[in-house]
Design a protein around this ligand. Structure first.
Ligand SMILES: [Zn+2]
Length: 195
């Protein structure tokens, strides 16, 4: 359920085609970008407050229908009470490292669908911060996965697109909070929404 508390920038979900458009690089982060970031934070937390079993760990601007390369990532994945985010402007992966690991991913823009998505276990990231300063970091494990997922969003790619040819990689979130595999009927129904 979405309360519509934040009417300015509403979360968009598949099958909305805007999600598959490329976002543009930000030239200079100004007040407009600060406003965009607070809208993104509000949208993510609002979504989380209306979902019983999920945590809003990150969001890309395209998910509120703003096609700019801006990503926010939750500062503490393990503590839901920490509602602060780190901001990455024009994020890109400068190096893929480690090994490829398959693990569960969900997305605010893909309702109730989870997938086992192959991702690199370590990536080097280049971005700008909100003060237009260069940021460089190495992300590992779940954070590396989150960066790959969000940077894909800025290029119009969703996690379901990465596993399109692997029907067994798709799962759904039940009302009970359990993630379960799909039967053929559920899979056909979900696939008709995704593509
Ligand atoms: Zn997502």
């Amino acid at each position: 359920m979405y309360t519509g508390k934040n009417m300015m920038n509403k979360l968009i979900t598949l099958p909305n085609k805007e999600l598959r458009k490329n976002s543009k690089r930000v030239g200079y982060a100004d007040k407009k970008i600060s406003k965009l970031i607070s809208d993104m934070e509000e949208t993510t937390l609002d979504w989380e407050d209306n979902r019983e079993h999920e945590v809003g760990v990150a969001l890309a601007a395209v998910q509120i229908n703003v096609h700019k390369k801006v990503v926010i990532i939750r500062r503490d994945f393990d503590n839901k009470n920490n509602r602060s985010f780190d901001v990455y402007i024009n994020p890109e992966i400068s190096s893929y490292e480690g090994e490829i690991v398959k693990d569960f991913e969900g997305c605010l823009s893909v309702k109730d669908v989870y997938g086992k998505v192959p991702r690199y276990s370590r990536v080097k990231i280049k971005a700008k911060d909100i003060n237009n300063k260069d940021v460089k970091l190495t992300a590992e494990g779940f954070l590396a996965r989150v960066f790959q997922h969000e940077i894909d969003h800025t290029n119009g790619v969703l996690f379901v697109d990465k596993i399109k040819d692997d029907p067994d990689a798709f799962f759904t979130l039940k009302d009970s909070g359990k993630i379960e595999g799909l039967n053929d009927v559920e899979r056909d129904k979900i696939f008709s929404i995704l593509w």
